[in-house]
Design a protein around this ligand. Sequence first.
Ligand SMILES: *Cc1c(COP(=O)(O)O)cnc(C)c1O
Length: 221
Amino acid sequence: MTVAHRLADVRERIDRACQRAGRDPTSVTLVAVSKTHPAELVREAWAAGQRVFGENYVQELTAKAAALGDLDGLSWHFIGHLQRNKVKEVLGAASTIETIDSTRLAAEVAKRAEQLGKRVAVLIEVSVAGEKQKSGVAPADVPDLVESVRAFPALDLRGLMTVPPLSDDAEATRPHFRTLRTLARSLGLDDLSMGMTADYEIAIEEGATLVRIGTALFGAR
Ligand SMILES: *Cc1c(COP(=O)(O)O)cnc(C)c1O
């Protein structure tokens, strides 16, 4: 199957999940996660109408952004763990950083954004199940981080992002998606970045506004 076919299939599933949930399909943005796949596949997806892409690694992001600089309307979300010494590089390529997980990181992003004279869209990464080894902040610590991030004029805080614990049963992730939604609503945040290949339809039923999908679009890594 070509990327264009896979994209059409995923879009149809997104539309159907929206119908089931009584949601407008335009309220869900598909972030095509291209990590480990060549820039040429991103180009194919772009030719099929896809515009928003996600990358986890700084070097890969900057290399692909440079190779694809000729494509109109292409935008990148950074969705990997971000070290402060890589922020400047990421801001040269990405429009949105989905993985803010500390005030120190937020401060660095704000500083670099100001230097570039721009405002950057950000999301806070939440470890919904509070697993210690995972990146993201525990739900109990989210309100304080939201307050810190909102204090930086160069940061446009859009919402919360999560990668729930791995499970063989997609339904088992539903309560985690609900946790993220409840938390976001309580803090007046609109965007919910949740749902990957295995569980994006459930995430949409639970309110996802950004779904990050790699395997279903580009194949196995
Ligand atoms: C790799 C990755 C994805 C995409 O996962 P698939 O299961 O391939 O759809 C989404 N979000 C994050 C944070 C990732 O690292």
